[in-house]
Design a binder for this molecule. Sequence first.
Ligand SMILES: C[S@@+](CC[C@H](N)C(=O)[O-])C[C@H]1O[C@@H](n2cnc3c(N)ncnc32)[C@H](O)[C@@H]1O
Ligand SMILES: Nc1nc2[nH]cc(C(=O)O)c2c(=O)[nH]1
Ligand code: SF4
Ligand SMILES: [Mg+2]
Length: 210
Amino acid sequence: MTYAVKEMFLTLQGEGVRAGRRAVFIRFAGCNLWSGREKDRMTAVCQFCDTDFVGTDGDGGGKFIDAAALACAVAEKWGEGARDRYTVLTGGEPMLQIDDALIDALHMLGFEIAIESNGTLPVHPGVDWICISPKAGSAVVQRSGDELKLVWPQPGSDVADMETWQFDNWLVQPLDDSNRVANTQAAVDFVMERPRWRLTLQGHKYLGLR
Ligand SMILES: C[S@@+](CC[C@H](N)C(=O)[O-])C[C@H]1O[C@@H](n2cnc3c(N)ncnc32)[C@H](O)[C@@H]1O
Ligand SMILES: Nc1nc2[nH]cc(C(=O)O)c2c(=O)[nH]1
Ligand code: SF4
Ligand SMILES: [Mg+2]
């Protein structure tokens, strides 16, 4: 199978329990909750996306002819060192493209594999670290994993239902839009009222990292 990748870059994980970890990000093109075109944003299921995932024209992006080619490109981005290799599969929605061949190829090159997914598709069982970020109005089928990362505020979210799901870490991430300051306060208030949850900030945005 071929893979459509918007961009690929080496950075630090900016979000979640593993924030600060060195990682190669693969940003897959395409999403099932928004076309990625601004004209469709207000009618999309997910309307707050902060990411351009359309096409394959980004830095390090392209169409990769098979899993070996994509895994090789990830290893090249990582550079020297066989230990502690870490890659984060994101998008867009990465589960639209991830398959056995890609998981095997990345593992063969020594990578631990994390995913950032909206949870509307079952996550591949070979993924080592699962982060699910639920979107109000979508049906989340992947209800277990390492971290649940709720963007807040998000009207229509059923938090009580989410709390029946099986996650090891419960995270609230302020919605980044023109109301970021107020949204951050709302996320702090959320955690103050529900101590199971923890605040996570998008550290890469504060640091000027990708
Ligand atoms: C761009 S998404 C790609 C992965 C997947 N489609 C998903 O939604 O989880 C990566 C992460 O950014 C979060 N995100 C997207 N837009 C955001 C925004 N405006 N503010 C805060 N987090 C946002 C998502 O909820 C998700 O956790
Ligand atoms: N540094 C950095 N960390 C991230 N964590 C999740 C991201 C994403 O867009 O999925 C992201 C991202 O885009 N950059
Ligand atoms: S589901 Fe993820 S990639 Fe898709 S539009 Fe929403 S935040 Fe963006
Ligand atoms: Mg991002």
